[in-house]
Ligand binder design. Structure first.
Ligand code: NAD
Ligand code: UGA
Length: 465
C-alpha cells in the first residue's frame, strides 16, 4: 500500500521532530501533525523560528524547508485523520497519578482518546502506528477500539496496528532521526509492515530496519530505556564509592568502558537521570512485572529508580553539610535547569528536586539556563504545583539571563547539566562576585573546576575522592 498522506496525533517532542524528518525525506508524502493544544500548534506555525515550542539543534532548518510544503501543523484532528492512509499516535503517556496502579502504571487515556477518534473518522484502509512508548499488549487494546466503528455503524473500515517505538534522545533528536542505530517495526500484517519500511528506507539502510511481532517491539522500547537508565544508576552508585575511597570516577568510568563488551557510552556521572521517560518507563516495567507475578524482577528494576532518588538526596545533603550545615539565607546559583543540555525540556529534571530541597532549607536561588524560560521555571517551582510531593512555601528564587550576574553575592554554585557554557567558566570573574568561603558543586564533573581552585574557590566534583 503506497502511503501518500500521514497524520500524526501529538505535536510534542517526538511528534514534531519525527514528522519533520519524514516530511524532509519523503517529499511526495503530505504530513499533517495535529494536536488539541492550540497554543502549541500556534508556536509550531510561528514565523520566528526561535519561537518553536521545542528547541532541538537543526529542527528550525527542516521546519523552514518543509512547513507549508508537505508539513502542516493544525488542531484539525478529525479532518486530518479522515484524509490519512497512515496515522501515528504520538501522544503523552505519563504515569497514572490516581486510581488503580497510581504511581506506576501508564495513563493510557490520551492513547485511548486518539484511537477512538481514529475509529470514528478514518476512512477505508488505515495503518495505525504506535509511536508513543506503551505497555506491552497496548496494540491489542487499540485494535479493539478501532474495530468498534465497524461493529456499531456497519462500516467496512480496515485497520492494521503497528508498533514503531521512537529511540531519539532530546538535544540530539534530529541527528538520531536522520541516522538511527535501528528502526523497530512490530506488527502482524506483512503488507502494513512493508508500507512503513518503505517510508524509512527513503533514508535509512534496510539492514537497520528490524521487524518483529507487536509484543517484542513494544517491550523492546521499555527494555532499551531501562538498560540505559540502569547504566546511569550504576555509574552514579559508583560515584559514592569513589568519594568514600579516594578513587576518581572519570578514571574508573574510562577504564571500565574501555572493555568493548561494556562500552563507553552512558557512563557519565551526574545528579541522577531526568527527562520525561526513564522514570515513567521503568515504573511501567515494574508494574507489568508485578502484574505477571514476577516480584523479584520488579524489585530489580525498582532499584534503578531508588538509586536515582538517592543520588539527588545525597547531593543536596552534601551541599548543606559543606556550607556549615545550614543554607538558610544563603545564596546559591543554579547553573542548568533543563534535564540535559541542548533542550528546553525540564520534565523530571534533577534541577527541580534539588532546587526544591534547597528552597525548603531556606536558601535563595539564582537560576540560569540558556534554553529554559522564566515562565517554565515558575511553573516547575510553583508553590501550588500539584505534581510536586513537597511544593516550596515561598518563591525565593530569581531568574538570570547572564550566568555571571547569577553569581553576585552567591555562597555556592551548583552545576546541574552539561550546557556548553559551563565547560570553560571565567573563575577569576566569578570569584570576585562570590561571598567567601565560596563553593562550587559540579554534579556532572564537567566544568573546568581545577582552574577555580586557583581563585580560592572550594570544589566538590561528583565522584572525585
Ligand atoms: P509531549 O507531551 O511533548 O507531546 C504529546 C502531545 O500530544 C501534547 O502536545 C498533547 O497535547 C498531545 N495530545 C494528547 N492527547 C491528544 C489527543 N487526543 N489528540 C491530539 N493531541 C493530543 O510528549 P512527547 O515527549 O512527545 O512524548 C510522546 C510519546 O513519545 C510518549 O509516549 C513518550 O514516552 C514517547 N517518547 C518520548 C521521547 C522524548 O524524548 N520526549 C522519546 C521517545 C519516546
Ligand atoms: C532517552 C533515551 O536515550 C532515548 O533513546 C529514548 O528514546 C528517550 O529517553 C525516551 O524514550 O524518551 P533522553 O531522556 O531524551 O533520551 O536523554 P538521554 O540522553 O538518554 O539522557 C537521560 C538522562 O540521563 C539525562 O538526565 C542525562 O543527563 C542522564 N545521563 C545520560 C547521565 O547522567 N549520564 C549519562 O552517561 C547519560
Amino acid at each position: 500500500m503506497e502511503i501518500k498522506n500521514i497524520c500524526c496525533i501529538g505535536a510534542g517532542y517526538v511528534g514534531g521532530p519525527s514528522m519533520a524528518v519524514i516530511a524532509l525525506k519523503c517529499p511526495n508524502i503530505q504530513v499533517n501533525v495535529v494536536d488539541v493544544n492550540q497554543t502549541r500548534i500556534d508556536r509550531w506555525n510561528e514565523k520566528d523560528l526561535n519561537k518553536l515550542p521545542i528547541y532541538e539543534p537543526g529542527l528550525d532548518n527542516i521546519i523552514s524547508k518543509c512547513r507549508g510544503e508537505n508539513l502542516h501543523f493544525s488542531c484539525e484532528v478529525e479532518k486530518n485523520i479522515s484524509k490519512a492512509d497512515m496515522i501515528y499516535i504520538s501522544v503523552n503517556t505519563p504515569t497514572k497519578t490516581e486510581g488503580l496502579g497510581a504511581g506506576q502504571a501508564i495513563d493510557l487515556k490520551w492513547v485511548e482518546a486518539s484511537a477512538r477518534k481514529i475509529s470514528e473518522f478514518a476512512n477505508g484502509q488505515t495503518i495505525v502506528v504506535e509511536k508513543s512508548t506503551l505497555p506491552v499488549k497496548t496494540a491489542q487494546t487499540i485494535q479493539e477500539i478501532l474495530n468498534c466503528s465497524n461493529k456499531k455503524k456497519n462500516n467496512t473500515k480496515t485497520f492494521h496496528v503497528l508498533s514503531n517505538p521512537e529511540f531519539l534522545a532530546e538535544g540530539t533528536a534530529i541527528n538520531d532521526l536522520l541516522h538511527p542505530d535501528r528502526v523497530l517495526i512490530g506488527g502482524n500484517n506483512e503488507q502494513a509492515i512493508q508500507s512503513l519500511c518503505e517510508i524509512y528506507s527513503n533514508w535509512i539502510d534496510k539492514s537497520k530496519i528490524i521487524t518483529t511481532n507487536l509484543w517484542s517491539a513494544e517491550l523492546s522500547k521499555l527494555i532499551a530505556n531501562a538498560f540505559l537508565a540502569q547504566r546511569v544508576s550504576s555509574i552514579n552508585s559508583v560515584t559514592a564509592i569513589c568519594e568514600a575511597t579516594g578513587a576518581n570516577i572519570k578514571d574508573v568510568s574510562s577504564a571500565v568502558g574501555a572493555d568493548k563488551r561494556i562500552g563507553k557510552h552512558f557512563l557519565n556521572p551526574g545528579p541522577g537521570f531526568g527527562g520525561s521517560c526513564f522514570k515513567k518507563d521503568i515504573l511501567n516495567l515494574v508494574y507489568i512485572c508485578n502484574h505477571y507475578g514476577l516480584n523479584e524482577v520488579s524489585n530489580y528494576w525498582q532499584q534503578i529508580i531508588n538509586i536515582n532518588h538517592y543520588q539527588q538526596k545525597r547531593i543536596t545533603g552534601l551541599i548543606i553539610s559543606k556550607l556549615f550545615g545550614t543554607i538558610s539565607d544563603k545564596t546559591i546559583a543554579i547553573f542548568g535547569f533543563a534535564f540535559k543540555e541542548n533542550t528546553n525540556d525540564t520534565r523530571e529534571s534533577p534541577a527541580i528536586s534539588i532546587s526544591l530541597e534547597l528552597l525548603q532549607e531556606g536558601a535563595k536561588l539564582k537560576i540560569y539556563d540558556p534554553k529554559v524560560s522564566f515562565e517554565q521555571i515558575k511553573k516547575d517551582l510553583a508553590p501550588n504545583n500539584q505534581t510536586l510531593s513537597h511544593p516550596p512555601k515561598v518563591n525565593n528564587w530569581e531568574f538570570y539571563n547572564d550566568l555571571y550576574d547569577a553569581t553576585i553575592n552567591a555562597d555556592a554554585i551548583v552545576i546541574l547539566n552539561n550546557c556548553e557554557e559551563f565547560k570553560d567558566l571565567n573563575w577569576s570573574k566569578i570569584s570576585k562576585n562570590m561571598r567567601l568561603p565560596s563553593w562550587v558543586f559540579d554534579t556532572k564533573g564537567f566544568s573546568n573546576t581545577t582552574e577555580a581552585e586557583k581563585f580560592d574557590i572550594n570544589i566538590w566534583s561528583v565522584g572525585e575522592g
